[in-house]
Design a protein around this ligand. Structure first.
Ligand SMILES: C[S@@+](CC[C@H](N)C(=O)[O-])C[C@H]1O[C@@H](n2cnc3c(N)ncnc32)[C@H](O)[C@@H]1O
Length: 248
């Protein structure tokens, strides 16, 4: 039977185990994604006013690096997350995040706008970040819209349904104001994943599924696949990153 988002016990997600498995070390694919996102936002804001009011990271989970990528560009950052243990983890980290996130900040600091925040961006992070317990599928139904957005490993990694993957991408894009720059990352052909012995669902998607889900929301989008056949890992075949601007 296809597992839908509402069927899953998201409050059983163990944030510390997820971080230990995925972010204790800096994986080359994460580094490449982060570099692409850093350059995309830096190019966008170099050409425009340089700063906006609000950013959002959707399905933030216990990953701080998308929020770090948003940090120089907006006054307030919403971290939207459904799972209570992940919400608690994010609230603890907001006050003074752990050293393990510094290696991701180092990648971002290759651009001047990030370096300009100083040696320790923790103060700015604490001031900017607002952690909210919420549901991606409610985003489009609310009036609130954001100027800048990220969504990493969420729409395809919260359901086994391709339709629900598409609804997730649509909800993310609907939450953005016209012209808003965005970046989203996806696992390619994921079969699902385990965190601390608990199984979580995924939809096996590829580049064309991402392009098709974004159609009508952003035609000005760059979609890149990362990972080589030699770099075989269990449960998925690569990563996909999409970045661009929400259609006006
Ligand atoms: C694979 S994790 C990705 C976490 C993080 N963005 C990252 O880059 O590692 C998927 C996340 O989506 C969250 N999630 C699941 N269903 C959700 C929903 N309906 N709305 C918002 N977040 C949800 C999960 O709790 C989990 O934190």
């Amino acid at each position: 039977m296809t597992s839908l988002n509402g069927d899953v016990a998201w409050d059983d997600f163990n944030p510390r185990e997820y971080v230990r498995r995925n972010y204790l070390f800096r994986h080359p694919d994460d580094e490449e994604i982060l570099s692409l996102v850093r350059d995309h936002f830096s190019d966008h804001f170099r050409k425009s006013s340089g700063r906006v009011g609000s950013g959002i990271d959707v399905g933030a989970g216990p990953n701080l690096y998308p929020a770090l990528a948003l940090l120089p560009w907006c006054d307030r950052i919403t971290l939207l997350e459904r799972s209570l243990p992940n919400v608690r983890y994010l609230r603890e980290q907001r006050d003074s995040y752990g050293d393990i996130w510094d290696k991701f900040w180092d990648v971002l600091c290759k651009e001047e706008a990030y370096r300009a925040l100083g040696a320790d961006p923790r103060v700015r992070f604490r001031e900017a970040v607002d952690v909210r317990k919420g549901d991606i599928f409610d985003l489009g139904r609310r009036a609130e819209r954001w100027d800048l957005g990220t969504m990493f490993f969420v729409a395809e990694s919260i359901t086994e349904s391709l339709d629900q993957f598409r609804l997730g991408v649509a909800a993310f894009m609907t939450a953005l104001k016209p012209g808003a720059p965005f970046a989203a990352a996806f696992m390619e052909n994921s079969k699902g994943y385990y965190v601390d012995g608990r199984q979580f669902p995924a939809t096996g998607i590829g580049k064309e599924d991402v392009r098709s889900a974004l159609k009508g929301y952003s035609d000005d989008v760059c979609i890149r696949r990362l990972g080589t056949p030699d770099d075989l890992r269990e449960g998925y075949t690569g990563m996909i990153v999409a970045y661009g601007r929400r259609d006006g």
